[in-house]
Write a protein that binds this ligand. Structure first.
Ligand SMILES: Cc1cc2nc3c(=O)[nH]c(=O)nc-3n(C[C@H](O)[C@H](O)[C@H](O)COP(=O)(O)OP(=O)(O)OC[C@H]3O[C@@H](n4cnc5c(N)ncnc54)[C@H](O)[C@@H]3O)c2cc1C
Length: 457
């Protein structure tokens, strides 16, 4: 019941901090508490046949369990300071990149060997984008695919299982600071430790806020990204995705001067639903295995909103928009671009008659009844801008799924060691509001593990 280090959350942040600690200090007594299931027990009941939509499981297997929110993701590991989080603002750009490359090396060692690292360096698309008012962000991206991403997690678990106590189905209820140590309550039992790393990700956001309140840790409101997921024939973007796999393109709209960006591009992938605290939103992924490829490519178009005064609850705003789509569509709504610009809803018949087959069963409807006008105008303008570099994007049959919302945790006040005002209590990964991606969350885990190792010497 007494540990050197307790890690709360077994997503990438938690896993990589455990990995670095176990590798370099096998004598340490380490426990990992995870609210969700072991990897092989993580099963979403949606099978497309008997269960077609989210049934609100108590613990969502997509978001929780070994591997965290990224376990069934497309496994796009972006190595860049341009997006994916603001870790570099705390630890410096060079260190952040060095850690991301280190994480990439471990990923290769644990099953990712042979996967491709794409890069924007020297690409001709940068010029083509600029000529049309679009801006391609710099990055290297390793695409593992959902299948290989899973294999890497299996191998990391095999490495960790006899070096750390990994407790599944064990949500931590409270964390208290007691005389320079930490007391953790889980399942009615008390556990203590010298160092505590909290890495509870997006699914632990409400819990994290509560802990910060109890421990007097300052938090700041973060932004929320709202938009749609676009699905179109893979050929429309293939000249870009074949070279770059994922392209993060930013556009400043002429109408409002808002920034719209592409996010999470999945060549030949599938659109999926996501359940965050009971709210159904849309996402996407794809497999590395060509046998599991689809005919379509999908990506999100997102507009960032940040509320600070007097209304501060950016996430609450995003949740309300998502709830509206859940209310009208019973989940996710799908609409043809042609129907949207003509001001009419999509119907099952119109979707059926389209030349593109949706990869997600969503309710045909009208996104203009859900998305605020300004966001919708931004998205429509961006689609026409993208049509210039990828003709066909603005075709009538292009599908828009809504809503896609990227929630960000409140930004937690930590220092450059990612340590809170309580010495020995670290808050990392997406749960800290500082990272928003697999690589940044993993890098933050390695970073605090190294700090702890340094402090213990
Ligand atoms: C469908 C999907 C696709 C994605 N695709 C990509 C992608 O391709 N590339 C990319 O870079 N990012 C992607 N992301 C984002 C990425 O998964 C996250 O940025 C990353 O997982 C964050 O890691 P983390 O360790 O901070 O948190 P998480 O991965 O969210 O892990 C946190 C863990 O903590 C556990 N937890 C929460 N509260 C408690 C508690 N009180 N007690 C114990 N345990 C708790 C949760 O169950 C969870 O397992 C995707 C996300 C989703 C949902």
């Amino acid at each position: 019941m007494d540990y050197d280090v307790i890690i709360i959350g077994a997503g990438p942040g938690g896993i990589f901090s455990a990995y670095e600690l176990c590798l370099n200090a096998p004598q340490l007594k380490i426990a990992v508490f995870e609210a969700g299931h072991a990897l092989h027990e993580r099963k979403c009941p949606i099978d497309g046949k008997k269960v077609r939509s989210c049934v609100n499981c108590k613990i969502c297997s997509i978001m929780s369990g070994f591997g965290g929110a990224g376990a069934f993701s497309d496994g796009k590991h972006n190595i860049t300071n341009d997006f994916g989080g603001s870790l570099h603002e705390y630890i410096g750009k060079e260190r952040a990149l060095e850690l991301m490359h280190y994480v990439d090396g471990i990923t290769l060692k644990f099953g990712g060997e042979g996967t491709k690292l794409y890069s924007t360096a020297g690409t001709k698309f940068k010029k083509e984008c600029i000529q049309h008012g679009l801006h391609l962000l710099d990055a290297s991206v390793r695409h593992l695919g959902t299948d290989i991403n899973y294999r890497v997690l299996e191998n990391l678990y095999a490495f960790l299982q006899d070096k750390a106590e990994i407790r599944f189905d064990s949500p931590v209820d409270t964390v208290s600071a007691v005389e320079g140590r930490y007391e953790i309550l889980s399942g009615g039992k008390k556990y203590t430790c010298t160092k505590c790393i909290i890495s509870v990700g997006r699914s632990g956001s409400k819990w994290m806020e509560q802990v910060c309140k109890q421990l007097g840790i300052v938090t700041r409101s973060n932004r929320v990204d709202i938009g749609v997921r676009v699905e179109l024939p893979a050929e429309v973007f293939s000249h870009i995705t074949d070279e770059l796999y994922e392209s993060k393109i930013v556009y400043c709209t002429q109408k409002y001067g808002d920034l719209v960006r592409t996010f999470c591009m999945n060549p030949r992938g599938a659109v999926v639903t996501e359940n965050t605290n009971g709210i159904i939103t849309v996402n996407g992924h794809s497999y590395e295995d060509p046998a599991r490829h689809t005919e379509n490519t999908n990506f999100a178009l997102l507009v960032a909103k940040h509320f600070s005064e007097p209304f501060k609850d950016s996430n609450g705003y995003g949740e309300s928009v998502a709830r509206l789509s859940n209310m009208l569509g019973g989940g996710v709504i799908v609409q043809r671009f042609g129907d949207l610009v003509r001001g009419r809803r999509s119907t099952p018949a119109r979707i059926e008659d389209s030349f593109i087959t949706p990869t997600l069963k969503a309710t045909p409807g009208d996104l203009s009844l859900v998305l605020p006008k300004r966001i919708l105008d931004d998205i429509i303008e961006m689609i026409y801008a993208l049509d210039k570099i990828a003709p066909g994007t603005a075709n009538d049959d292009t599908l828009l799924y809504g809503v896609e919302v990227k929630f960000y945790n409140m930004e937690v006040d930590v220092d450059n060691n990612l340590e809170s005002c309580h010495r020995g209590l670290y808050i990392i990964g997406d749960g800290s509001g500082i990272t928003h991606s697999l690589t940044h969350a993993s890098a933050s885990g390695v970073y605090v593990a190294r700090n702890i190792l340094g402090a213990m010497q």
